[in-house]
Design a protein around this ligand. Structure first.
Ligand SMILES: Cc1cc2nc3c(=O)[nH]c(=O)nc-3n(C[C@H](O)[C@H](O)[C@H](O)COP(=O)(O)OP(=O)(O)OC[C@H]3O[C@@H](n4cnc5c(N)ncnc54)[C@H](O)[C@@H]3O)c2cc1C
Length: 389
C-alpha cells in the first residue's frame, strides 16, 4: 500500500475520532504492530477531550497491562462506599486516566511509530467503507475505517434514565483528607434520583469531586453542580485553594438494546457502537476488549468469528443492564433508588467486579432477583413502567 504525503492518503487503519476508544485501539495496534500505517483523526485541537476515565483493575486482562499502564495517571489499592447504614471498604484495585495523560501517551507512541500519524482539527463530514472525508475537502483511504466519534444523537423516542455529573478538580491548600477513593457517598439528600458524591484523591494536594445523579430527566445545571461540589468539599473539610478543571456530562441509561450491533465496515466502536455499560456509564472494560480484538487481528479484518463472540457476550451483558435500568427507574421512587445500590454493595467483591466489567455470570444475574427486593420496591411502579414501553 502506498503512503503519500499529499492530500489523498492510503492507510491500514483510519481511526475516526480521537477519544477513549480510538486512542486505546491506536495503543493496542501499535504495541503489536509498531509499523502499522495508522491515522488518527480528531476534530478538536487536542485528543481525548476533558475526562477522567476510571476503571477497576480487574477490568484489565493481564496481556493488556504492558501497553496500558504507561497511560494510567493514578492507581489505588481499594475504594470506599458510604450509604445510610452501610460503609464498606472494597479491596479491588481502582485506577484513573486523565484525558491529558492518555492524550500525551498516545501522542508519544504515534510519534515514535514510523508510519502512524495524528491529524487534529480534522472535522469528519463523511465516512464510508475504506474512505473518510473532512470538512476541508481532504480525503483519506484505509483498509479498516473505525468510527469512534463518540455518542450519536440519541434516537427519537429514547427510553431510559440518565446519569448526570458535574465534577471539579480542586487544588488544595493543605493535604487532602483521604488517600482512598470514595466511589459513592450516598449519605447526601436523595434529590432528583439516586445521588452521590464521587471523591478521587489524585495527589496529596489535588482531588476530583463529582456530584452524580441517576435521574429520570437529562437536564443538567452545571452552575448549580459546581456550587454543590464546592459546598460538599467545604462540609467535608477540604481546604480548597482553586478550581483547576470542570468536567460534566449526561449519559443515557437505556431500557432497550440498540437496533443493530456493528457488523460492517466502517466499524462503529466506543459509545457510538453501543460499547458502554448501560447501568454504570463506564466504557473502559468493553473499550479495552474492542481494542484488544482489533489489534489481535491486525491486519486482517476484525469482523470474524471472535468478533461475533465478543458481540454476543456484550449483547447479553447489555441486555441484563437494561433490565436493571428499567427496574431502577420504574420500580423505585427517586428518593428510594439508593436502596438498590446499598444492596449491590453488600455482594461479594468478585460479583461486584464482574458486574462492572460486564462479565456477570448466570448465577450473578440470578442473585439480583432472588430474595426480597431491596427496600422501596413498587410492583405498581414496575407494571406502570412496563405498560408504557
Ligand atoms: C463526566 C463523565 C465521566 C465519565 N467517567 C467515566 C469513567 O470514569 N470511566 C469510564 O469508563 N467511562 C466514563 N465515562 C464515559 C466515557 O467518557 C465515554 O463512554 C467514553 O468517552 C466513550 O468513548 P468514545 O471513544 O466512544 O467517545 P469519546 O471519548 O467521546 O471520543 C469521541 C471523539 O470523537 C471526536 N469526534 C466527534 N465527532 C467528530 C467528527 N465529526 N470528526 C472528528 N472527530 C470527531 C470527539 O471530539 C471525541 O474526541 C464518563 C463520561 C462522562 C461524561
Amino acid at each position: 500500500m502506498l503512503v503519500s504525503k499529499g492530500v489523498e492518503e492510503q492507510w491500514d487503519y483510519l481511526l475516526a475520532g480521537g477519544g477513549l476508544q480510538n486512542t486505546l485501539i491506536a495503543l493496542a495496534v501499535l504495541h503489536h504492530r509498531p509499523s502499522a500505517r495508522l491515522l488518527l483523526l480528531e476534530r478538536d485541537e487536542v485528543l481525548c477531550g476533558n475526562h477522567t476515565w476510571s476503571f477497576h483493575q480487574s477490568d484489565v486482562p493481564l496481556e493488556i497491562w504492558p501497553w496500558l499502564s504507561p497511560a494510567i495517571s493514578v492507581q489505588w489499592q481499594g475504594y470506599d462506599v458510604q450509604f445510610p447504614g452501610l460503609e464498606r471498604r472494597v479491596q479491588s484495585g481502582y485506577g484513573s486516566l486523565s484525558s491529558r495523560d492518555l492524550a500525551a501517551h498516545t501522542q508519544e507512541i504515534i510519534t515514535q511509530s514510523p508510519h502512524a500519524r495524528i491529524v487534529t482539527g480534522a472535522e469528519i463530514t463523511a465516512l464510508a467503507d475504506g474512505q473518510v472525508r473532512l470538512a476541508d475537502g481532504r480525503r483519506f483511504w484505509g483498509a479498516h475505517v473505525i468510527d469512534g466519534r463518540g455518542p450519536a444523537t440519541p434516537p427519537a423516542g429514547f427510553r431510559g434514565g440518565f446519569q448526570k455529573f458535574v465534577g471539579l478538580e480542586l487544588t488544595l491548600s493543605s493535604s487532602g483528607l483521604r488517600t482512598t477513593p470514595l466511589l459513592m457517598d450516598a449519605t447526601v439528600p436523595q434529590e432528583d434520583g439516586f445521588r452521590f458524591f464521587y471523591v478521587l484523591p489524585l495527589a496529596p494536594d489535588r482531588v476530583l469531586i463529582e456530584d452524580t445523579c441517576f435521574s429520570g430527566n437529562g437536564a443538567l445545571d452545571i452552575t448549580q453542580g459546581r456550587a454543590e461540589v464546592l459546598a460538599y468539599a467545604e462540609r467535608n473539610g477540604y481546604a480548597v485553594d482553586s478550581v483547576t478543571r470542570c468536567e460534566s456530562g449526561v449519559l443515557p441509561m437505556p431500557y432497550e438494546m440498540p437496533r443493530a450491533w456493528p457488523r460492517t465496515m466502517p466499524l462503529a466502536v466506543g459509545y457510538r457502537g453501543g460499547f458502554f455499560h448501560p447501568a454504570t456509564g463506564y466504557s473502559f472494560p468493553v473499550a479495552l476488549r474492542v481494542a484488544a480484538h482489533i489489534a489481535q487481528y491486525a491486519p486482517e479484518s476484525p469482523l470474524n468469528a471472535d468478533w461475533e463472540r465478543l458481540l454476543n457476550h456484550h449483547r447479553n451483558q447489555y441486555h441484563f443492564a437494561t433490565i436493571l435500568n428499567r427496574l431502577l427507574f420504574t420500580a423505585y421512587a427517586p428518593s428510594e433508588r439508593h436502596y438498590i445500590f446499598s444492596r449491590f454493595y453488600q455482594l461479594p467483591e468478585p460479583r461486584i467486579e464482574r458486574f462492572y466489567r460486564m462479565d456477570s455470570r448466570l448465577s450473578d444475574k440470578a442473585r439480583f432477583f432472588t430474595g426480597w427486593p431491596p427496600r422501596g420496591f413498587s410492583l405498581r411502579g414496575l407494571l406502570k413502567g412496563a405498560a408504557t414501553l
